[in-house]
Design a protein around this ligand. Sequence first.
Ligand code: CA
Length: 153
Amino acid sequence: MQQRHGVGITISAVSVPADEPTKIFAEKFWSHTGIHLKAGVVYDIRATGTWLDASIRTGPAGYASTDVSPLKVPFFKLAESRRRVPTANWFALIGALDEDESTQFVIGPGTPAHGFTPPRDGELTCFANDLRSKYDNNSGAIEITVTPRRARG
Ligand SMILES: [Ca+2]
């Protein structure tokens, strides 16, 4: 374990490497962040950068089936229901705790104004929303920054 010496300040009770960007790789079924979230703490998650679904370049918000070339739109629409998160955009950034699909939530370019409050403790694991069998043509990575809000009181 790495230890920091001589800083002399207590940051908080939350052991999160705040404000250090972490890469999420498009071709990975799960990217592990090493960031352990605590139940009940409110987090802000921000994502930047671009990644590619074959030749389609997009950001963490992902893209809609209607954004692709007109001839391909019907195929993309037909496949929507088989995305890992059917209701989210293609290549939307998705988060979950410990690869647990029951905890999946859409991050996109960032969590909403009320932030994200984990239902339980767990490591933040992420992926680009795609068909389960179609990660081999993905490339690039986006970066996320996770910031815990200061506890009230
Ligand atoms: Ca793909």
